[in-house]
Design a protein around this ligand. Structure first.
Ligand code: PEP
Ligand code: MN
Length: 303
């Protein structure tokens, strides 16, 4: 189906396209590419960002980076500043701040994988920006408009996660803030939304796969999914990752850890190096199948 602003999602009116989100929905973004060091991210490519939830120490970061690279991953993730739900920290549950950023950078340089890490506040923007290749704005900050504006003004590429209670319209509005500062280097990331039925008591979110084609009707920016945070349950990461690709996602963010069940943060959702390797092999296969130019779209013959 060709790109058309004539049939916006029900949540976005044609007036919105003109007056509220003209930049993020602009046809001028057709074939737009986001550059993160040497990695190109667009609606025509498939990118995998992977790594632990938290940068715990240098050794685990370097081991993870090398393994992600070996499996065919393109970027390294890891949080140094974490938006943790409860204020208490312990030897087992911590964030590593500036030390973590240094370890992330070492692992990134050693493996050659560009890095992405979360900036949780304008207070740590400068330190995150000086150690990584891409800034991540997390679900809890999607509508922190000061942070969006300041992050945009670094001119660095930005991974904009969807607020877990935000509509597509609000998410587009957040991206518009970044574009309005003259920064078009944006990748969106669906990471699960709150929903009454999540099918396990440990799962807080439901991966909204429907938002992927809905977003693509409106914008040419790349969109990826994060099945790790959405499911909070390692055995569901692979099926939801593959389903994301089938739904049209341009990439994945996956939590990988050398010893998943002993991860400092979110141990239930991380997968092992071996599981990650197997997942990527299947992911590349599904991407080929879905996006191959030779794959006939069943609706084509009916039009
Ligand atoms: C993360 O990626 O580590 C993270 C905290 O994600 P989210 O903002 O989606 O919860
Ligand atoms: Mn996390």
């Amino acid at each position: 189906m060709s790109f058309s602003n004539a049939s916006p999602g029900k949540d976005v009116s044609s007036d919105d396209l003109k007056s509220k989100i003209p930049l993020v929905t602009s046809p001028k973004l057709k074939n737009h590419v986001v550059h993160v060091a040497k990695v190109e991210i667009s609606q025509n490519t498939f990118v995998v960002m992977a790594g632990p939830n938290t940068v715990e120490n240098e050794e685990m970061m370097v081991a993870t980076a090398n393994s992600v690279k070996l499996s065919g991953g393109h970027m390294l993730r890891g949080g140094a500043y974490k938006p943790l739900t409860f204020p208490y920290r312990s030897e087992k549950y911590f964030e590593t701040g500036i030390d973590g950023l240094k370890w992330l950078k070492t692992a990134s340089l050693e493996s050659g994988l560009p890095s992405v890490s979360e900036v949780t506040s304008v207070r740590n923007l400068d330190s995150v920006a000086s150690h990584v290749d891409m800034l991540q704005i997390g679900t809890r900050n999607m509508q922190n408009f000061d942070l969006l504006t300041e992050a945009a003004n670094t001119n660095m590429p930005i991974l904009l996660k969807r607020g877990f209670g935000s509509s597509l319209r609000d998410w587009l509005g957040a991206a518009e803030y970044i574009l309005n500062q003259g920064n078009d280097q944006i990748v969106l990331c669906e990471r699960g939304v709150v929903a009454p039925h999540t099918h396990r008591s440990t799962s807080r979110f439901l991966l909204d796969l429907q938002v992927v084609p809905a977003f693509k009707e409106l914008s040419f920016l790349p969109i990826i999914t994060d099945p790790s945070h959405a499911t909070f349950w390692a055995p569901w990461v692979e099926p939801l990752a593959l389903a994301s690709i089938a739904a049209g996602a341009d990439g994945l963010m996956i939590e990988v850890h050398p010893d998943p069940r002993n991860a400092a943060v979110d141990p239930l959702q991380a997968i092992s190096f071996e599981e990650f390797g197997a997942l990527l092999t299947k992911s590349f296969g599904v991407f080929q199948l879905i996006r191959s130019k030779n794959t006939q779209n069943p609706t084509d013959s009916k039009e």
